[in-house]
Design a protein. Structure first.
Length: 360
């Protein structure tokens, strides 16, 4: 039995296997024999399993281990229809923010669902019995920074600063002030919501990611959905979730939630997705969905698309201009979630971002 699916039976000892077989007796599928072995209960069960060729094909087909809950990939349901209301951040990312005193910059492009980021943090705070405050104007932000040191907290607090109403200087100022609050009993987190343009401005003002993080600021990125979560989500929709189907969704949408939304609108019945994707359907994509707005960003990402994969150093050298600007694009693109590393450590573009740069 184990030889048919070694990975699936890994860690299942003889006693556990016998327990499973005994449960199948209770379900009316198996029966025990006089010599202590197991057999199918009756001829009807045998006929339901199909022909010998059907059984052999089923045993030889490729299998995957059942999906388990992983906080590093799972996205919370924000309410309403599950397929459209998932947090841009993972459960692990939300937990890190809510259990920490410090300053975070939460980066999300439009394709990642930046319009739901603040809502997701407020909802997560409520689940963790943490107070949440959402600042939506420059005046509110300035007043909040002036009062940080004088605040008395009865419960942990997460303060979410809306994108567009903060400056790079305020981010570092908040980091300096919260660093003095580490001895507080309750956590005090400040989250600056950032889109790709404001992330670029922040990296420019801070002279790079390393210098920014040295001030105590932590970067959190809303990335495309992980393959593990995509499979679980497809299961919830009763849609095909095998490896081939997931690859089709990733190639078509890059696993960006807002592009998956387009697929939903195109085919509300998720069971029809595979057929639509095989027919060549692609979402409507534009540079603005990913925050690509500068010529240097376009040039460097186009070079990476043409190369398919490249070490960061080679990509920077290829740029026909200021190499430091190219290095900033490489750093920025990774933070925004437009690139990832392959098994050899080289950079590759997300499939949907690559669609912006068709081959000549």
């Amino acid at each position: 039995m184990r030889g048919w699916w070694k990975e699936g039976f890994h860690g299942v000892d003889r006693e556990a296997l016998r327990t499973i077989l005994d449960e199948m007796i209770g379900l009316g599928i198996l029966r025990s024999t006089l010599n202590g072995a197991y057999s199918l209960r009756n001829l009807n069960i045998v006929q339901l399993m199909g022909s010998a060729q059907d059984i052999e094909a089923a045993l030889l087909q490729e299998r995957e281990m059942p999906t388990e809950y992983e906080p590093s990939s799972y996205r919370s349901n924000l309410g309403g229809i599950p397929r459209e209301r998932r947090s841009p951040l993972t459960v692990q990312q939300e937990g890190e923010i809510l259990s920490t005193t410090g300053v975070f910059v939460a980066v999300a492009c439009e394709a990642a669902g930046n319009d739901a980021l603040a809502e997701a943090l407020v909802a997560s705070a409520a689940m963790h019995k943490t107070d949440a405050m959402h600042l939506k104007s420059a005046d509110d932000v300035a007043r909040f920074l002036d009062e940080i040191g004088s605040r008395t907290l009865e419960r942990s607090l997460v303060t979410i600063v809306a994108c567009g109403c903060w400056s790079p200087e305020q981010v570092t100022a908040a980091a300096e002030k919260t660093a003095r609050l580490r001895s507080r009993k309750n956590n005090f987190a400040v989250v600056f919501v950032a889109d790709p343009p404001s992330t670029w401005d922040l990296l420019t003002a801070s002279k790079g990611r390393e210098a920014l993080e040295n001030t105590g600021v932590r970067l959190v990125t809303a990335r495309p959905w992980h393959d593990t979560f995509l499979g679980k989500w497809l299961d919830d929709l009763q849609a095909p979730s095998d490896r081939e189907s997931r690859v089709l969704v990733r190639d078509g949408t890059g696993n960006w939630p807002r592009l998956i939304d387009q697929l939903l609108r195109q085919a509300p019945d998720a069971r029809l997705w595979v057929a639509r994707l095989r027919d060549g359907w692609r979402p409507s994509v534009a540079p603005s969905l990913f925050g690509i707005s500068k010529d240097v960003q376009t040039a460097v990402l186009r070079n990476l698309s043409e190369l398919e994969s490249a070490p960061a150093s080679d990509l920077a050298e290829l740029y026909q201009g200021d190499r430091s600007e190219a290095q900033r694009v490489i750093e920025w693109a990774e933070i925004v979630g437009l690139t990832e590393s392959d098994d050899d450590g080289a950079l590759v573009l997300n499939p949907s971002v690559r669609h912006l740069f068709p081959s000549a």
